[in-house]
Design a protein around this ligand. Structure first.
Ligand code: UD1
Length: 361
């Protein structure tokens, strides 16, 4: 049986690889090996996801940790190359997911060793190259053999870039597979009660993107917006370590319920009960669209335009006073159930179909 390497490094990756690993194990023509780069290494950012999503202990840890983009990417490349060169038998392929530094670094190493690469969540484009993730997406797609697409815009973008159609396959959204599987357990936690807020009567906030948290004036302006919201309804804000480090000098507001990063189920349960979500995340735009919850995305662009056209997601842009004007309307509009092709809990099966077709025989 041929082997396949799956790479995961940062929090959103774990949510994406879990259903792919489960689907690979249900079929038996490719044996998966899991490599964790340790881009995220804290229990709250990594271990708890493995526990809750039923992912076995990784076969290999690369122990790269944090650093500047160049240093982190280079360390991942050195360690992953050493791992691949040490294997007795070359894998049939390497599967990378999403758009983090681990995604690009491992795709680059594999491609240079002539090992075929599959990219899950290919084709997404924010058209904003100041985002490190946009560079990761473009470069990873350019060197991947198999481009597995999660939303319709991904197909259009790859076609516009002239990618040969035989490299591309629409599979749908593996993150939604995990959501569908975990939602009953998440609801059973009754997270609103844990935070002493009423169902559909509070907002959830997350913030971690460099463009929002690395410049004190922008971070301060966003915190003022969140305080304004907290005067309108209770706000629960699980704080990413990058943001926690930057918030040090800023006086925290009493009105906002700050908390440590939450586990997957706890966070999903909290979002599921919310009236509104404010976030700069990629995946949360999709999760709120699937759940029909209004989401104000604290960015100027999105690589996931289906979330906007379905009407659940609004881009805040740079003018936060204007963004505030959306809030009341979004809250009173309430939930809006929609559907997206392939966001059905079975995307990982289609990913595995594509992998087996290519490498499983
Ligand atoms: C990374 C991804 C981003 C993704 C996010 C999800 C890239 C370029 N960025 O951003 O796309 O949305 O993950 O969280 O890959 N830290 C800890 N403990 C950890 C991990 C990080 O304390 O387990 C702190 C460190 O101070 C580190 C900082 O967080 O320097 C940033 O971590 P890093 O992996 O560089 O990027 P993220 O901001 O998490």
């Amino acid at each position: 049986m041929g082997s396949l390497i799956l790479v995961a490094g940062a929090r959103p990756n774990f949510v994406k690889i879990a259903p792919i690993l489960h689907a690979l194990k249900r079929r038996s023509s490719l044996r998966p090996t899991l490599v964790h780069t340790d881009q995220h290494y804290d229990h709250a950012m990594s271990g708890v996801f493995f526990e809750q999503l039923g992912i076995a202990e990784p076969d290999v840890h690369l122990h790269v940790g944090s650093g500047t983009h160049g240093a982190q990417t280079a360390r991942i490349m050195l360690a992953f190359e050493e791992h691949l060169l040490g294997l007795r038998e070359s894998p049939r392929g390497v599967v990378v997911v999403g758009d983090v530094n681990s995604t690009l670094a491992c795709a680059l190493v594999a491609a240079k060793l002539h090992i075929p690469v599959a990219h899950v969540e290919a084709g997404l484009r924010s058209f904003d190259r100041s985002m490190p993730e946009e560079i990761n997406r473009i470069a990873t797609d350019a060197i991947s053999d198999l481009l597995l697409v999660s939303e319709p815009a991904g197909m259009a973008n790859l076609q516009a870039e002239g990618v040969a159609p035989e490299r591309v396959r629409y599979c749908g959204n593996v993150m939604i597979d995990t959501l569908v599987e975990q939602l009953p357990a998440a609801r059973a936690l009754d997270m609103p009660r844990r935070f002493a807020v009423s169902q559909h009567g509070y907002a959830v906030v997350t913030l971690h993107r460099a463009a929002n948290v690395d410049e004190p004036p922008r971070l301060r302006a966003l915190l003022l917006l969140i305080e304004k919201l907290a005067r309108r309804m209770p706000v629960v804000f699980p704080v990413h370590p990058r943001t926690r480090a930057r918030m040090g000098e800023l006086a925290p507001s009493d009105a906002i319920r700050f908390t440590e990063p939450l586990g997957y189920r706890e966070f999903l349960g909290l979002v599921d009960g919310a009236a509104l979500v404010l976030s700069d995340s990629g995946g949360i735009q999709e999760e709120t669209t699937f759940l029909g919850i209004p989401c104000l995305t604290l960015r100027t662009s999105t690589e996931r335009p289906i979330t906007v056209s379905r009407g659940t997601n609004v881009l805040a842009g740079n003018d936060l006073d204007r963004a505030w004007q959306h809030v009341e309307g979004m809250v009173s509009a309430g939930r809006r159930m929609t559907s997206v092709e392939g966001w059905d809990g079975r995307a990982a099966e289609r990913v595995v179909d594509a992998l087996i077709e290519r490498w499983g025989r």
